[in-house]
Design a protein around this ligand. Structure first.
Ligand SMILES: [Zn+2]
Length: 142
């Protein structure tokens, strides 16, 4: 998941907030518990509202590339319109300025929406096969 930057998790057991690693985000996405880096209790995202927000992150990740395309297209169209004489130089400048401003506002908002802290709940002790899977996931990440 490319969008997963700046997402933090809060452990309900030890009250620590930490940056979630890609394998932990994958675990949350497939609703599999993983262990806390500090107190090693099994953690899971139980809040449905946060889970929905978390799933929406993929859509927010698409905002930036589509905004770049949209902005470039608008700037080129404004240049072309000026070249054809449909727009004055100041009109073209004004449209470009507004387009670039909107671009940065939207990208900033998308980034703001992607930054979140997930409240992770403690689940009952992890079964042995779960611990083995966590170990495997960590090894493959290193
Ligand atoms: Zn913890």
């Amino acid at each position: 998941m490319a969008a997963a930057i700046g997402i933090k998790g809060h452990c309900a057991q030890c009250d620590m907030t930490f940056e979630l690693k890609p394998w932990q985000l994958n675990a949350i996405a497939i609703e599999v518990p993983f262990d806390c880096a500090y107190c090693h209790s099994g953690l899971k995202l139980c809040c449905h509202k946060q889970l929905r927000q978390f799933r929406a992150l993929d859509q927010w990740a698409l905002v930036r590339p589509s905004m770049i395309m949209l902005t470039c297209a608008t700037l080129l169209m404004a240049l072309f319109a000026e070249w054809l004489g449909l727009l004055s130089v100041s009109g073209q400048f004004y449209i470009s300025l507004v387009t670039v401003s909107i671009h940065f506002l939207v990208v900033r908002y998308a980034r703001y929406r992607q930054r979140m802290t997930l409240n992770l709940q403690v689940v009952s002790p992890l079964p042995v096969e779960q611990l083995a899977r966590i170990a495997c996931a960590r090894l493959t990440q290193q």
